[in-house]
Design a protein around this ligand. Sequence first.
Ligand SMILES: [Zn+2]
Length: 262
Amino acid sequence: MSRKKFVILVLIALVIISGLTAWWLYKSHQSTNTAPTSTPITATKPADSSVKPSTPAPANPAAVPPAPTTSSWPVNLSMAEAVSTTVVVNKKHKLPDSYVPAGLTTYGGVSLRSEAASAMTNLVNAANVSGITLKMISGYWSFASQTTIYNNYVAQDGQAAADTYSARPGFSEHQTGLAADVGSSACDLDTCFGDTAAGQWVAANAQNYGFIVRYPKGKEADTGYQYEPWHLRYLGVDTAKSVYASGKTLDQYYNVAAGGYQ
Ligand SMILES: [Zn+2]
């Protein structure tokens, strides 16, 4: 084939290709233009109640957030819930920052709600009768003091460690005025308190005076706290006896989620 013939063939091919392209562009342009005039806009049609609305498929399924599978913690307790003597405060149920219990009174140098203070008086007196001397270590802690305490522990041991033995602000039962830490001359604020005569008396008898050992041994994963034989929680005699008899933690007794912060 001569070079001239080859050029002519290429030109013919180009003419055919551009012709086809022009025809295709013309047809597609025509169909776009004619569509709106041949079909009324559906929005102007009267609603047809027999037709179920269809859910449009998402343009990008990956961009649709997954349905929530877990609750988001914490649950923020209301003021009304915070006031209840059976309120469950734990790492998933937080007191209002501004909650201060009414009727705080002082007993043994610590501050407690009046009903807890009178129950504690009965408990300590009964222990005395059995030859047990209990001392009051702490009662009500304000949100502000809990913030200071917790932050000091975090600075000292790191947050992961601090979370195992100190509540974050708003998550401490001490803010209710219904929790008290008790001790003996032999051991304070340590698991050894559980082995003392005082600790054993408290574990066996506190419920008869309206208190429970809130963070029992072997229930660490359930409560979210290490074993604290010294931390007593006031519930009233009937409820305390019932919780004690159930063998459950307070959270389990009321079927309230507990454990860690997440
Ligand atoms: Zn405590």
